[in-house]
Design a protein around this ligand. Structure first.
Ligand code: FAQ
Length: 311
């Protein structure tokens, strides 16, 4: 009965077991996973836009090939994640409708513009770097399909992070103007990257329950701190500075202190008032409409080859 099912679920989670699609699970656990996985999937496909903006203007054939591959990887991540969400009994078309209607979120970070080529480097280094910091623990998430999707996603994100770092290093060591362009990109992307980890722990509505369910393994602030600690020495190696005068090693805590985050900016972006919110959603809706014939053709082809559609 229900009590036994709940007890079995709790015991499996406590024993670091994996919950699989056919297992019983509490309704709220399912809803939380759908919320997080859908938001994650939407972020991957909306996240294609800022960098895709530079594909036609990449400075060399080599850079263009790398960037094309990276943006295609993000589409692939979106597909694995929509697939993982569907194992929870929801429908991909419904999730996309909700994204397009503004009823489901995507990451705040993708509402910022890519003004120069150096932004492609800053996104790889900082945005993919933050994504890896957040997603490596998700490989141990209690929901099997999400955890398994994260393994491959993290491997690809590592490649993305390195290409961003290498791109920024080339600019940093280049001409004075190239160095300044790299520094400007880091100045603009640093604070929004810290916001990717979500609100501070005492304002994070879902953290406590998600951690009890072992969906999240660390709090938002813990992961944000880990990210700062990784970035400070990397910025030094890059010959670039982080735009925060309060960054200083704290011997007692064994990690870097950093300055206050402007949470009013984060709230503004979440409300839809970021620099590019409107443009991102508009482009997404247009891409969906323009792609309708491809979905129809793919469905017709699949039906024909399964025999179902032949009369
Ligand atoms: N943006 O209670 P919490 C990528 C919302 S990486 C927008 O702390 P939770 C790779 C949150 O939904 C980016 N909304 O929530 C890539 C909630 O609102 P709700 C995607 C945010 O879920 C790189 C409210 O605030 N990664 O795409 C944000 O426990 C380059 C309260 O927050 C993931 O999605 C935000 N930054 O913790 C692609 C990772 N933060 O739903 C292309 C998986 C919070 O009540 C190019 N997700 N909110 O209306 C997670 O780990 C979690 O969902 C957190 C938020 C940590 C993001």
């Amino acid at each position: 009965d229900a009590v036994d099912q709940q007890a079995e679920f709790d015991a499996l989670v406590a024993a670091e077991g994996r919950i699989e699609p056919r297992d019983w699970m509490p309704d709220a656990y399912r809803a939380t996973l759908v919320r997080q996985i859908a938001q994650h999937a939407h972020s991957e496909i909306i996240g294609m836009q800022p960098e895709a903006n530079w594909i036609t203007r990449a400075p060399s054939l080599r850079r263009k090939a790398i960037l094309l591959a990276k943006v295609q990887d993000e589409a692939g991540h979106g597909l694995y994640l929509y697939g993982a969400a569907e194992t929870l009994g929801v429908n991909r078309d419904d999730l996309l409708d909700k994204l397009h209607a503004g009823r489901q979120r995507y990451s705040s970070i993708f509402n910022y513009p890519t003004l120069t080529w150096a932004d492609v480097g800053a996104i790889g280094w900082l945005v993919d770097g933050a994504a890896i910091t957040n997603q490596v623990p998700l490989c141990r998430c209690s929901y099997g399909p999400y955890a398994r999707a994260m393994v491959r996603v993290c491997k690809e994100e590592s490649f993305h992070q390195r290409q961003g770092y290498e791109l920024l290093l080339a600019l940093s060591r280049g001409t004075e103007a190239q160095h300044a362009m790299a520094q400007d990109a880091v100045d603009r992307w640093w604070w929004p990257s810290l916001m990717m980890f979500g609100p501070p722990d005492d304002e994070s509505a879902h953290s406590a329950q998600s951690m009890a369910w072992r969906i999240k393994r660390h709090s938002n602030d813990e992961l944000r701190q880990r990210f700062v600690d990784i970035c400070v020495p990397q910025a030094e190696s890059l010959g670039l500075t982080l735009p925060d005068p309060d960054i200083a090693w704290n011997e007692e805590r064994g990690c870097y202190d950093f300055g206050p985050i402007d949470w009013s900016e984060f709230q503004r972006v979440l409300r839809g008032d970021g620099p590019c919110n409107e443009q991102r959603l508009e482009q997404r809706r247009a891409a969906h409409e323009n792609g309708a014939w491809v979905r129809e053709a793919a469905a017709a082809y699949a039906a024909k080859h399964s025999g179902a559609g032949t009369t």
